[in-house]
Ligand binder design. Structure first.
Ligand SMILES: [Zn+2]
Length: 582
């Protein structure tokens, strides 16, 4: 739970909460966000048929068939999430059913009430223009297009569904559009047919369960490109506006190696194919399973953004492609069980993009990546102090923050440093293998790392994930000459000046002796706000460095004591690799 001092004022938005607050019941300010529970029924499969009008400005006819599994006794109403598209009819098992469309729900009456473990086929027919989730816009070349863009819970504006990330299901799309348009969706293209009215119907089948926010169709006048060397991992295709045909192969240059790298590092690619699409999304990139969509500005040059050698494109382009590719494993295949576990998606995608940079650009680029991540997180933390595992924030878009991305990546980086590469990647692979095509919690990840390393990580997860902040160290050292010089005592003092509880994470310290080629490394394990360690030494060190390889997310300041020799080096500039190459 969050520190009670960190009142999340945004939780007080709702008049209900404000009223209770002023009645003196302040504890409701920390009310947990209510997430939709999957305790009455769950979707197993969606079959979504969409027929667009010729201008792609609306869905002329839509039909979604949902196979559901009943979980509880006396389920009289099936409460589908659904937006405001007009419903033409609902049937259950082929028989017309009564329904009510209200407040973002489509409540379907089930008579007689089904029994637990029964499967039902519910069919909803509807039409119109969705208010959200399916963008019907012109593309970069001013051509009509339709693109699903559903994170975090906007798919119900165009597909009646259970719109919570953990309600994963397989999906088949039948999309009918004018013949000049191409259609791409999740899964494998299993059929394509020309219709007498000049339209074409495309059928894509995603056989693996995917989170609802990853369900997508993209319709438009795309140029279709493939990498020069076909991918051995899975079919890899680029869909771009025709005017960007010449940019696609170089622009998506990071796509083949990141697909290969993640497959080697984590496990087999989870889906039937991977499409990278320049289309319409409100995000820089959206990781829909097997069909990643990027914003239309993806290939635009950015001023002041360095190029990554080897790729010849701007840094952010390589990083976003690696990030969205990593999501196919982390987020799409292993999906966070609740929104509080979002870092299992965003922290992993961020860190594994960093690992790709370490492997395919340079060690220095990786260090720079982690440094930028730390700075982004520090800036975020100045605006809000909350744990990564955030159970309070109501507006899910506000979870796209420095905690879930950059601090989440740093948590993984710190675990890697503490467990070492072999145990860390063993833990990652075991976690992935156990939870693929399913969901996972933060506790599942902790258990996987504990099993892989044999270490107890409860305190680490408690302090870094379930509580807020980061260590702000004040570090100093003094040398006291002994009675028989040059022998003496080195005294190290580590203070933690952050507002909240101390971090007990062991801190590496390098002691540099005059003339020695290698520093002596020791671990200083904090016991509280102030930790002191005395060490007898043969002679006075020439320097003492705290966390020289930058393996802890921290800020360091020198203790203001003029007569003491102070060493505080927050970032290493060395060129030896950080850990073993994965
Ligand atoms: Zn992401």
């Amino acid at each position: 739970m969050g520190n009670p001092r960190n009142i999340n004022w945004r939780c007080l938005r709702r008049p209900f909460f404000i009223a209770l607050f002023f009645l003196g019941l302040a504890t409701v300010a920390f009310a947990e966000r209510r997430e939709r529970l999957i305790d009455k029924w769950r979707p197993l499969h969606y079959q979504v048929s969409l027929a667009f009008n010729p201008e792609l400005t609306e869905v002329a006819r839509a039909e979604t068939k949902i196979t559901i599994l009943v979980l509880k006794e006396s389920l009289g109403i099936l409460d589908l999430d659904f937006g405001e598209m007009p419903v033409d009819g609902v049937s259950v098992g082929g028989a017309p059913a009564a329904f009510e469309q209200k407040d973002g729900r489509l409540n379907v009456t089930l008579t007689p009430a089904p029994r637990p473990n029964e499967r039902l086929l519910v069919t909803v027919t509807y039409h119109g223009k969705p208010a959200n989730g399916l963008a019907l816009t012109n593309d970069k070349d001013h051509q009509p297009s339709a693109t699903g863009d559903n994170w975090p819970d906007r798919v119900h504006h165009w597909i009646p569904s259970l719109d919570h990330l953990s309600a994963k299901a397989s999906v088949t799309f039948n999309v009918t559009a004018p013949a000049q348009h191409l259609v791409v969706a999740n899964g494998q293209l299993s059929a394509q047919r020309a219709n007498p009215d000049g339209t074409r119907t495309w059928t894509y089948t995603e056989s693996k369960p995917i989170p609802p926010y990853c369900m997508i169709v993209a319709v438009g006048r795309f140029a279709v490109m493939t990498p020069l060397l076909p991918s051995k991992v899975a079919p890899l295709t680029y869909y771009v506006p025709p005017s960007e045909r010449g940019l696609a192969r170089r622009g998506f240059g990071a796509a083949p190696p990141s697909l290969n790298y993640l497959t080697r590092l984590v496990g087999p690619f989870p889906y039937e194919k991977l499409a990278h699409i320049v289309g319409a999304t409100r995000f820089g990139g959206m990781e829909n399973s097997g069909a990643i969509v990027y914003s239309s500005t993806l290939f635009n040059p950015r001023e002041n953004e360095p190029l990554y050698p080897g790729f010849g494109v701007r840094r952010g382009l390589v990083e976003v492609i690696a990030h969205e590719t990593a999501h196919q494993w982390f987020g799409d295949s292993v999906t966070p069980a609740t929104w509080a576990d979002l870092w299992l998606s965003e922290g992993f995608a961020t860190y594994f993009a960093g690992l790709f940079v370490q492997q395919h650009v340079s060690e220095q680029a990786f260090r720079e990546f982690m440094r930028r991540s730390a700075e982004t997180y520090f800036k975020y933390e100045q605006t809000r102090r909350a744990p990564i595992h955030d159970r309070e924030t109501e507006d899910l878009f506000k979870l796209l923050n420095g905690n879930n991305y950059q601090k989440g990546a740093w948590v993984l980086h710190m675990l890697r440093a503490q467990l070492r590469d072999a145990a860390f990647f063993r833990g990652v692979r075991a976690y992935y293998a156990k939870h693929q095509h399913a969901t996972a919690t933060t506790e599942d990840l902790r258990v996987a790392f504990e099993r892989a390393s044999g270490k107890n990580l409860r305190d680490f997860f408690q302090r870094w994930v379930y509580e807020s902040g980061h260590p702000q160290y004040q570090f100093s050292w003094t040398w006291e000459m002994g009675s028989a010089p040059p022998r003496g005592t080195l005294a190290l003092t580590l203070k933690q000046t952050q507002e909240n509880e101390p971090f007990l994470t062991p801190v590496p310290v390098d002691i540099v002796m005059p003339g020695a080629t290698q520093p002596r490394r020791l671990m200083l394990t904090p016991t509280g706000r102030e930790t002191m360690l005395k060490l007898p030494l043969a002679s006075r060190p020439s320097a003492v460095q705290i966390d020289p390889r930058n393996t802890i997310l921290k800020e360091v300041s020198a203790e203001p004591q003029a007569e003491k020799k102070v060493a505080a080096i927050p970032h290493s500039t060395g060129s030896t690799p950080l850990f073993f190459a994965p």
